[in-house]
Design a protein around this ligand. Structure first.
Ligand code: XMP
Length: 520
């Protein structure tokens, strides 16, 4: 049932986005400047749906993305986000080769039926296999062994892939074909996972099932741990975000790389993007501080021309004109946010940037016209901020919220008995020296003076991404329940805003009490 609207007494106070933001057009507003009004609701928070579509086939089961920052998202973070239904954007402050293997790790993380498993030949050495595992960063060590025609010869079990056997041939160490458990392609039926599940129950102690055709050519591999995980997933409320081949989804940053003459390095950008696409990346992010610029627009155009169906994120912008420009260049999702981030100093250093809710509103009107999605990037410190951002955007991008998690890159450091992790802006001097300078329009080894636009900081260690996301999702669902919204489209439609005075902001946080425990 549709939510019952405000009475006419409510209307002058609690306004829909168009009226509210145009009435407040002379002042830039951010999350804490506003609050959302409750509405009649028949929706229980736990029943709300958080699915969101960002572009074509790119859909998430929760509207949360981790930032492409070098202290936030590498493969561990991206895996954790995707397993929870979100998306991680692998940063590009690392050599290209390393970024490719980070993407591979995410894409190889959990397999249902692995249609094209990594195969080895009988005359290879175990040492070659160990080198391959190291080079490609595989998280597994059991491999099917096939001959030159792709026919199954046996299975090399992880138990024998050890340095002590490095000089032995695979042929000497494999489990022979006659002892390997196989199933014919045609016997898999419509639900290969259910079929494999039955097989593993019937064959005690067997953990791998190979798929072959009548001529014994290898066509796939199913592992028991994957089947168990997938069976569990089918019952979860927020399912992992997967691609059409049942692999976790993953995004990666690319930059508007220039050559020695200062021109856009088209070939390098295309080689980089091509490598990522070959590894299975689901979306590329052209992440810069100033997205409404020729370099970013041209980079998006180069990518769009070469890869017509590829989802592309681009940014950052804070104006409708910026959204229209990047959409016209071919971007599907536009990142909004200049200076709201917890480690950003752009507004202080450059004197530019727009408070995030006003920026999101202005951009959302252009995004609706262009039929592209918006990502609210930066400044989110609590679940209530996400609810507010989602009244205008399709998803949020968070850095600081995840930087203290176990899955973020970097070691935990102890200071006076408390545990922390490093978190730094990609425009901080240290991050720019490590490679991110192009994002801020500077050279990596600057010959001129460069003003950093970000700080190096610490975040208190905050446990796993699962734990952090459970809190955030609970908060988003609660907000949707208050607004009578069963899904994110209804949240956008139902949202009514009012400004908050400084006294109102104080009232919104715990006050006049001695806090024993924080809300986390
Ligand atoms: P939060 O608030 O989630 O913000 O920590 C993360 C977002 O901040 C942006 N970012 C920067 N902005 N200087 C900036 O002005 C920087 O050094 C910087 N590094 C990251 C980025 O959009 C990120 O997702």
């Amino acid at each position: 049932m549709a939510a019952i609207r405000n009475s006419t007494f409510d209307e002058p106070f609690y306004q829909a986005a168009d009226k509210f933001f145009t009435d407040n057009h002379k002042v830039g507003l951010t999350f804490d400047d506003i609050t959302l009004a409750t509405l009649y609701s028949e929706i229980l928070p736990r029943d709300t749906q958080l699915a969101t579509t960002l572009a074509g086939h790119l859909a998430l089961n929760i509207p949360v993305i981790s930032s492409d920052m070098d202290t936030v998202t590498e493969s561990r973070m991206a895996i954790a986000l995707a397993l929870n239904g979100g998306l991680g954007l692998i940063h590009y402050n690392m050599p290209e080769r390393q970024q490719l293997s980070e993407v591979s790790r995410v894409k190889n993380h959990v397999h249902g039926l692995i249609q094209d498993p990594i195969k080895i030949a009988p005359d290879q050495l175990i040492g070659d296999v160990l080198a391959l595992i190291e080079q490609r960063k595989f998280g597994f060590s059991t491999f099917p062994v096939v001959d030159g025609d792709g026919k199954l010869v046996g299975l090399l079990s992880g138990h024998v892939v050890k340095p002590r056997y490095a000089a032995k041939k695979v042929a000497e160490a494999l489990t022979p074909r006659s002892q390997v458990h196989c199933i014919l392609c045609k016997e898999l039926g419509k639900d290969p996972i259910a079929r494999a599940d039955k097989f593993f129950t019937e064959h005690i102690g067997i953990h791998k099932l190979l798929v072959v055709d009548e001529a014994d050519h290898l066509h796939g591999l199913i592992t028991m741990s994957d089947v168990e995980r997938i069976t569990l997933e089918r019952k979860a409320q927020f399912k992992p975000a997967r691609d059409a081949h049942f692999r976790l989804i993953c995004g990666a940053a690319v930059s508007a790389t220039r050559n020695a003459f200062g021109e856009l390095d088209r070939d390098r950008i295309l080689t980089h993007a091509g490598g990522l696409i070959e590894r299975g990346v689901d979306v590329l992010a052209v992440s810069t501080a100033h997205g409404f610029s020729k370099g970013v627009g041209d980079t998006v155009r180069v990518l769009r021309d070469a890869f017509p169906k590829l989802p592309i994120m681009a940014g950052n912008v804070t104006s409708a004109a910026g959204v229209e420009y990047l959409a016209d260049c071919g971007a599907n999702c536009i990142k909004v946010g200049q200076g709201p981030g917890s480690i950003c100093t752009t507004r202080m250093v450059a004197g530019v940037g727009i408070p995030q809710m006003t920026a999101l509103y202005v951009c959302s009107r252009a995004a609706a016209k262009k039929k592209i999605s918006l990502l609210a990037d930066g400044g989110i410190t609590k679940s209530g901020d996400i609810v507010k951002a989602l009244t205008l955007a399709q998803a949020v991008i968070c850095g600081g919220i995840f930087a203290g998690c176990t899955e973020a890159p970097g070691e935990v450091i102890e200071i006076s008995g408390k545990m922390y992790k490093h978190y730094r802006g990609m425009g901080s001097m240290a991050a720019m020296k490590a490679g991110s300078a192009a994002r801020y329009g500077h050279d990596k080894n600057p010959t001129q003076k460069v003003a950093p636009e970000g700080v190096e900081a610490l975040k208190e260690s905050c446990g796993s991404v699962d734990r952090v996301l459970a809190q955030l999702i609970g908060g988003i669902q609660s907000g949707m329940g208050y607004l009578g919204a069963a899904n994110l489209a209804q949240l956008r439609e139902n949202a009514r805003f009012i400004r908050v005075s400084p006294a109102g902001q104080r009232e919104a946080a715990p006050h006049d009490v001695v806090e024993l425990k924080t809300g986390h």
